[in-house]
Design a protein around this ligand. Structure first.
Ligand code: HEC
Ligand code: HEC
Ligand code: HEC
Ligand code: HEC
Ligand code: HEC
Length: 482
């Protein structure tokens, strides 16, 4: 009997074979159709988030309008109004102050650590300093901090606390650079009158192409200085930065150490000599910048604030090209579309999404690692800050006891240095995570400065307080050269 089911049989197909082919064809057709439908749906999804529903240009500040074109990004963006708890991020506390519309605010760092008041005595920060929260509150928290309501602040403050492109245009009569420069000539309260919204889509995106862009002149100038130090001339950030660089630069416009220069209080970044804290310290010494005079010791002081970019840049992630956005705005998958998570907050809220693309050790291991880094940071920070508080007390006593003025002056310089170095890592909001070893180095420099300040009070001259060994890092090389 002919039992072959080989379809190539010259005598034509048996009914069995035909049936099989028929069933097979149906299966294939159904599969292909399903696949096509699926691809079509995915394409639809892909399109849905980019189909322009409304026309957007440079005048549209309201994120809700942009949100009509990009609903997924907008939905997440709105969530910056929620408070995300984290180990070191503080908690929300009830708030009842006359004239202040906020019924709750993030807890006070001054109450958490009263040594901060000793460190900043005579400066508004000693009066009110709280944990940060989401972007949605940036105008409100700035307007009603006691640092503004009890001490008048310049409009320059608003550069990082509102959507500014349209404000610059209005203030500068169409010229954004002129508008930026004018910010320091009006009060913060007047500037806030002009503000339409906290940081918005237009601050990070080109409305025509949706490409990332830099909208802050202070950053454009600062990064050009840094690139010039690397030998890159005429650097123009919006023309020359890579996409991966932009994924950190957009944040670096605000999450940086800064100061106000000159009479018109122009926002500047201290990067002319480099991004290392020693370069920044040297820059401030050169330009003679002073933020305030310490109430108890009379020392001329510097204040540091939130150098997240500056410190991240020294860490292993930056060296490996990992951007702020990789951790703080990790992709989320919606069907076939990868969406950048616009709910910017602590990456530990979802460590799998934030770190899991690169680290596959599993939740527990990585979370433990972060805790260890942060605990070790806090230990070192606390020792250095204790040492600074002792130095402040010793200078005060020395003044009362009539210690020679030159001893006291030298001790004051060391107070400023210890204070700036501790402040630099204290006001950096990762609690040591962004560059653990670099931060430990800074804290040992701070501890050393506090110790040298105490020695200075006993009359040890400045030249004897210089580091004794400068080649210590290169011991092997110096042994070999003998
Ligand atoms: C270069 C950008 C920049 C400038 C300029 C700036 N800020 Fe901020 N500010 C930030 C960032 C980033 C945070 C969030 C991180 C943090 O709290 O350390 C913040 C947080 C704050 C907070 C909430 C936490 C706290 O400190 O209590 C207040 C209030 C505040 N700023 C007030 C001001 C005032 C007043 C000025 C002007 C003297 C000012 N800011 C200028 C970037 C800036
Ligand atoms: C603080 C800066 C910032 C703000 C504010 C911001 N974005 Fe983004 N957005 C980004 C970054 C960073 C990316 C990733 C871009 C890249 O990798 O090239 C992005 C990507 C996007 C994309 C591309 C698709 C995607 O999800 O990756 C869209 C669309 C988008 N944003 C829409 C918006 C809208 C709408 C708003 C306002 C509601 C907004 N963005 C506000 C920084 C911002
Ligand atoms: C226009 C200035 C500005 C830009 C641009 C900006 N930030 Fe912020 N950021 C702030 C200010 C101001 C606050 C504090 C707001 C407050 O406490 O009211 C803040 C708060 C935060 C917080 C704390 C949120 C929380 O839930 O506790 C994180 C995290 C953060 N920013 C990360 C980023 C990242 C990442 C980028 C870039 C994608 C970025 N920011 C871009 C000004 C800015
Ligand atoms: C490798 C991942 C990673 C990168 C890259 C990174 N961060 Fe972070 N960041 C963290 C972690 C982890 C924390 C600690 C969060 C915590 O303690 O809850 C943190 C904390 C912060 C905080 C304080 C968050 C809060 O809830 O108050 C801010 C602000 C911040 N980072 C901004 C930045 C900026 C700006 C950049 C880029 C210049 C950056 N980060 C790069 C992982 C990262
Ligand atoms: C885009 C990839 C990427 C992401 C996202 C990322 N990392 Fe990393 N991480 C790296 C690379 C690369 C290194 C360096 C590895 C090496 O040198 O062996 C590293 C190193 C580390 C280290 C060792 C640090 C050191 O100083 O030796 C820790 C801890 C770490 N990552 C934690 C995290 C955490 C926590 C997150 C999320 C908040 C995260 N990483 C997100 C790529 C990433």
């Amino acid at each position: 009997m002919e039992t072959s089911t080989t379809p190539t049989s010259k005598r034509g197909q048996s009914p069995k074979v035909l049936a099989l082919i028929f069933v097979g064809a149906i299966v294939v057709t159904v599969t292909i159709t399903a696949l096509l439908i699926n691809i079509f749906e995915r394409k639809q999804e892909g399109h849905a988030s980019f189909a322009p529903v409304v026309q957007i240009d440079e005048t549209v500040v309201d994120p809700a309008v942009w949100g009509q074109n990009f609903p997924s990004q907008y939905e997440a963006f709105l969530r910056t109004a929620e408070f995300t708890e984290s180990a070191h991020g503080g908690v929300m506390v009830p708030h009842d102050v006359e004239g202040d519309p906020r019924t709750e605010v993030p807890s006070s760092k001054l109450e958490e650590d009263p040594r901060l008041v000793d460190m900043w005595l005579g400066y508004p920060f000693a009066v009110d300093y709280r944990h940060a929260r989401g972007h949605e509150y940036m105008i409100l928290d700035q307007q009603f901090t006691l640092r503004n309501t009890e001490f008048n602040q310049p409009g320059t403050c608003l550069n990082c606390h509102a959507s500014t492109p349209s404000m610059y245009t209005a203030l500068g009569d169409g010229d954004r650079q002129a508008g930026f420069l004018a910010m320091g000539t009006i009060s913060l309260d007047d500037a806030i009158e002009l503000a339409e919204h906290p940081v918005s889509c237009i601050d990070c995106h080109d409305p025509e192409t949706m490409a990332l862009r830099i909208t802050r002149p202070a950053f454009a100038a600062g990064i050009a200085e840094l690139k010039a130090l690397e030998g890159v001339e005429d650097y123009e950030v919006n023309r020359d930065a890579t996409r991966q660089e932009m994924r950190s630069y957009v944040c670096a416009q605000c999450h940086v150490e800064y100061y106000f220069a000159g009479e018109d209080k122009v926002l500047e970044f201290p990067w002319e000599k480099g991004l290392d804290i020693d370069d920044i310290w040297d820059h401030y010494q050169d330009v003679g910048h002073v933020d305030w005079v310490h109430e108890r010791t009379g020392a001329e002081m510097l204040k540091a604030q939130h150098p997240e970019f500056d410190i991240w840049a020294q860490g292993v992630h930056a060296k490996n090209g990992v951007s702020c956005v990789d951790c703080h705005m990790a992709y989320e998958r919606e069907g076939a579309v990868k969406v950048t998570n616009h709910h910017i907050t602590t990456p530990l809220a979802d460590i799998n999404a934030s770190c899991g693309t690169c680290h596959t050790t599993g939740d527990g291991v990585l979370a433990d690692r972060v805790t260890t880094i942060q605990d070790r940071f806090i230990e070192s920070r606390d020792r250095s800050l204790d040492a600074l508080v002792f130095l402040i007390g010793d200078i005060e006593t020395a003044i009362a006891e009539g210690t020679p003025e030159e001893y006291i002056d030298l001790a004051r310089e060391y107070q400023n240095k210890a204070s700036f170095y501790i402040d630099y890592v204290y006001s950096e909001n990762s609690y040591g995570f962004h560059a653990p070893d670099y931060i430990q180095r800074i804290l040992s420099q701070a501890l050393d400065a506090a110790r040298l300040g105490q020695l200075a009070l006993t009359g040890v001259p400045a030249e004897d307080l210089q580091p004794s060994v400068t080649t210590v890092n290169n011991l092997n090389a110096s042994l070999r050269s003998q």
